[in-house]
Design a protein around this ligand. Structure first.
Ligand SMILES: [Mn+2]
Length: 268
């Protein structure tokens, strides 16, 4: 049994299937983990979610990305579809509410193996992986329980942008969502939301999260994340693995095998 971690799928079902086949993924033995943003910009969001759900919980798990959370909010009428998203066939399908209930049980951070940590955006530099997993559980409790609507209504916003252990309620949950699903650059541990480019061409005062000193991060940990297509897999750190390589933008989809440390990719 092998564990594979796939980058942002973004509704590109055919690309996903080709990639899994090329890597030798065995749906009866292996487990696929996803870094989130399963759906949205690509043409086959419905096919993607049905396939992943059908793998079953022994063979698939995912963290939620910003697009996945946005889909859950839209399903509850809290947010409007974005014109660039191709979600109509999914949202009209008879299984839509069932798929949304399933997605709503997913976490924002996971530990697929002893040394490994997955979230959509990465690890905020004031947190250990253990702390991020605990904070993810706080969000999951709000997202899957009776407070779901209240949580979704208060989820959007860019403040607070710096972590503080004393944060409570909506502000605390909003920060955790933003750090685990939207983070790219920081300025003195403050999240910055506008800049999406490669670090080489970013404003000087901004630091990618993975280059911000994190005294809580143990040296043997391996962080896998997506969300940042313009990195194209480059972090210059073998323990920080960027898996969003922009398949939906005509580039490639990436898949990492935890046991063999092999990286597979599928060209768009
Ligand atoms: Mn994203």
């Amino acid at each position: 049994m092998k564990n594979y971690v796939v980058g942002d799928i973004q509704g590109c079902y055919k690309g996903l299937r080709k990639l899994l086949q090329a890597a030798g993924f065995n749906a009866k033995k292996d487990k696929l983990w996803a870094v989130g943003d399963l759906i949205a910009r690509g043409p086959e969001s419905l096919e993607t979610l049905k396939f992943l759900n059908d793998l079953g919980s022994d063979h698939f798990d995912t963290v939620l990305g910003n697009h996945d959370l946005h889909l859950i909010a839209m399903a509850h009428g809290i947010s409007d579809p974005k014109p660039v998203d191709k979600l109509a066939p999914l949202m009209k399908h008879k299984s839509f509410s069932e798929l949304i209930d399933w997605l709503s049980t997913k976490k924002l951070a996971l530990k697929p193996a002893k040394r490994h940590f997955i979230s959509h955006a990465g690890l905020y530099p004031m947190w250990s992986t253990k702390k991020a997993l605990a904070l993810s559980d706080e969000v999951s409790e709000a997202l899957s329980g009776s407070k779901q609507l209240k949580f979704l209504k208060n989820m959007y916003g860019n403040t607070p942008n710096v972590w503080n252990d004393s944060l409570e309620g909506n502000e605390r949950l909003r920060f955790v969502v933003n750090a685990l699903t939207r983070m790219r650059f920081l300025s003195d541990n403050a999240l910055e939301f506008k800049t999406k480019c490669h670090p080489n061409v970013a404003p000087e005062e901004l630091t990618p999260w993975y280059l911000s000193p994190n005294p809580k991060l143990k040296k043997n940990k391996i962080i896998l994340f997506g969300h940042w297509a313009s990195l194209m897999g480059e972090t210059n750190n073998e323990n920080i693995i960027a898996l969003d390589t922009g398949f939906v933008w005509g580039k490639r989809m990436s898949l990492y095998c935890i046991e063999s440390k092999q990286l597979f990719s599928q060209q768009a």
